[in-house]
Design a protein around this ligand. Sequence first.
Ligand code: HEC
Ligand code: HEC
Length: 652
Amino acid sequence: MTSQTAFAKIDLLQPAPTQPLGYYDYFGKLLSPQEALQVVVNKGLNPNDPISYQRVGAVKITKELVAQGEDIFFNRKIGDTFGLQGVFGLGQGFTKISNELGVAIASLQGQPTTNLKITLQNDLTVGSRTFPQGTVISTGLKVQRGQVVPLGNAPNGDITCAICHASLSNNGKILAGVPNGELAISLLIALSPNTAAGFARLNFNPLDPQYKGNGKTIIDSKGNKVELPDPEKFEKAFDDAVLDVPFGNFESSPDGIRNTTQIPNIFTFKDHPYAADGQFAVGPFAGLSAINNAVHSSEINLLAAAQLSAETLGIDPEVYIGTFLQNAAVPSLRLPEGVIVKPSEWLRKLVPNSTQAELEDQIPAPRTRTYPNLRPSLFTYNGLVFSPNTQKPGDIASGPFLFANNAMSAFQNSLVPPANQTSENWQALNSNSVKRGAKVFEKANCATCHIPPFFTDNKIYPIDEIRTNPARAQSRLGLNNLLVPPKLYTFNTPVPIPANAEVLDVPTQGISDSPTTLPKGILPKGGYKTTSLRGLYLSAPYLHDGGAAVRAGSLKVDSNAIAVVDKSGLGLSGTLSLGIPADPASSLRALVDRDLRALVVKANKANPSLVRSNLDGTGHYFYVDRQAGFNSNQQTDLINFLLALDDNPGSF
Ligand code: HEC
Ligand code: HEC
């Protein structure tokens, strides 16, 4: 009751506070300079020495740090060159369409585009699909004015955060933090010659008899001879599974579950915990530095996942490494012909020092044991921390321990949704529809979870309660029994880490029941965090799986009824599975109207690719429709309100 009256007094259309410069982050708490000083003094350290703050784990949020984070976010490659290029072959994959990309960019004549369309010069075969010569593919890649390389892409095939987490306005302005929701990630990834190196991300067991054929024989960790899958068969099957995934969706965890998510926006300030299930909740910036770290380590480091493959996937690490290497993009990295090897030994023969391969710019977190036997923690789910050497020439991510991850946090926390300047928003504001919609939002109890001004309660709701597709919610359950307490070196520690480095305990109180259990709400069966609703007008479709999706022009809405005028536009099948973006207003209507949602879910479930990928748009049964006591105008007002949630919702 008290909280109900409390939020009723808050104007839902007020702009949200922004990250204040000069303040400190202290493991997710925002401290004023005075409060930070007190923390330092309480630890017996000198408050006049900036190092003291780094020693307690406080990060000063400055203009410089934000700018450095921005630079890293837009320009620093992610992933180790050995794994991503040498073995997986991301760049080699791009070269299969590089002529087409070149022609498409040249024909822009310096003009920007929000979706680069290529025309295939030859037949292109990926998995069991052949795209015939002349096929036009909308890649979703953004090209800035006068640029010859797409945003977030380097000519050698390296990528940065910006390929997924930035967009362009129609006049070519960069929109940092807006998801590239139409990016053809699945296709771009499937083009790589050894996409199957990422097999652990989906439900693929290399020893499944259906993949038997010309695989090499290796010695596994128990000393047994094992035959690996046929490289061609396995690659083809995996490419097909990747192509099942709609554009704008991506699989980021080696959990053996098919559970891609839509690329989210990253207006991250006060939007913790992070990722759809809230698995990144502890450490600096309330888990934000942990997810930045994950992108650079556990999520993209394909090889290090071998450490836990036996425990989490039931796959012997030698089988894991062998499968990864036998079809490597660079032939000299493949398992040798005519001899039977233990793949981990072959790997070390190829690259004796792991820091020149899978551990490029990665160091083990304190007290996680040694590689390749690292244990996961709530801060790092593979035991590794991305932290290039302090004095690494030419690397903008170089600095003291954890510098780059914290800088990216400060940058992302400075991002706010851009103003919604569509004529629809102008009309909705002027006709007071947005204001009426705010009342509907309260009346429908949406604000109990989506609390203004950030429109989240920062909680993780158990899957039994929220009932959206459970696949993603379960991603980390397999790690729960393996966790060690999260610890970090102090933030003044140089890299490489000296022997006497100081270690900090990462606080977990209030976040998880113990330092070695997953965040509350995830256990026992998985859960999803309350997504912030800011910037919704730029992030259709909706729900973590993007399943609440409707194509523009599919609905006819008047004050009495909603009519579906084009059934083919419903669901992911009618939108991103075809590379066509979803319409924000129509997709929100599908979220809040139960009859329309049923049709959208039906369309998703009629598509075998989506069924295999666990993408359906079910759950989150909170409706604003006739059965819930709202008429169609009120539903429209609610949608207009949701679409108005930008940097300053009440004004244009
Ligand atoms: C290939 C596309 C891709 C790239 C590249 C990428 N991300 Fe993401 N990012 C995603 C997807 C998909 C998710 C959703 C994951 C989930 O919820 O399970 C995500 C989630 C996030 C989140 C969580 C947002 C929230 O509200 O919970 C943050 C923060 C983030 N990414 C930051 C980064 C940073 C920083 C980089 C670069 C170091 C990066 N990402 C690179 C696709 C990408
Ligand atoms: C019990 C808490 C709760 C209530 C009540 C609630 N939501 Fe949510 N909402 C969530 C959670 C959790 C998610 C994330 C679910 C997922 O992605 O699987 C979510 C997701 C959403 C999304 C999708 C955001 C995106 O970017 O994909 C929208 C829109 C939304 N809610 C609007 C509403 C509206 C409108 C209401 C009221 C009719 C409402 N919610 C009621 C918890 C709640």
